[in-house]
Design a protein around this ligand. Sequence first.
Ligand code: C2E
Ligand code: MG
Ligand code: MG
Ligand code: MG
Length: 275
Amino acid sequence: ESKASGRDTWRFFDPQMQQALESRARLEDRLRLALRDGGLWLDYQPQINRERRLIGAEALLRWQDQAEGQISPAVFIPLAEETGLILPLGDWVLDQACAQLANWAKQPGTAALTLAVNVSAHQFQQPDFVARVREVIALHHIKPGHLKLELTETLLLKDMTEAAQKMEALKGSGIGFSLDDFGTGYSSLAYLKRLPLDQLKIDQSFIRDLLEDSSDAAIVDAILGMARSLGLQVIAEGVETDEQYNFLLGHGCDAFQGYLFGRPGPSNQLSAGIQ
Ligand code: C2E
Ligand code: MG
Ligand code: MG
Ligand code: MG
């Protein structure tokens, strides 16, 4: 650092910050290696309907580092977003997810399942995003209707016109869209009618205290009512108790996901806790 940068220079040598920067860089290197050499996989968490039948799953990315152990996606996804690694990572996830769908299509018991895949902002904003998704679907010969992309509000609001165009294009191919973490972003509700969504996914923060917190109950009820008027399906995430499930059932929720029905895990354990 030169003198020109002045008084704030010391910040760079703050040992804690230095350490944070180094561990971040190390993690980035390791994630890059994992993409090349292995250590990544998808877990699948069941999604069920009002009859408590398995209708599909959400694919959740996992990373086990040889030295650091398992690292949470809450840590490595934001890191991958900042470094651009999310692009190859996102491609890898889409490819794995479509391979899984192709596998399910071979057995009558799993042929109708849908798979929800999380899409990051950086990934969605690539000019060739639509082409990439179509490509991977064609490569695995899957029914586009079995693939559901989970987008977030923040991602969509950046450039709504462009987002709507991309969604329309993919929707035209038969792909579904769910709005993840619904209610936690900037809920300018006008976009709900401009975007070709199929489903709202109520964020788990509203589900957690549903039975104890009357404002959470009111919000969930309002989301369900609004979705019904707009012709959108609703799935609740983070359902952990029978009480939460019954409340949601009673208020007309269409689909459910949460530890009550199954934790994320290998695809062959998908229906373990359901029937
Ligand atoms: P998300 O998409 O909102 O996923 C739901 C999170 O809630 C998952 O955390 C899941 O394991 C957790 N969960 C599910 N049911 C319950 C429950 O009943 N109770 C509680 N307390 N938690 C529950 P996870 O797997 O740690 O993923 C965290 C976030 O990382 C995801 O949130 C998503 O934003 C991101 N993520 C995961 N996989 C991918 C991916 O392949 N691509 C991208 N771009 N993001 C991903
Ligand atoms: Mg999700
Ligand atoms: Mg979510
Ligand atoms: Mg979430």
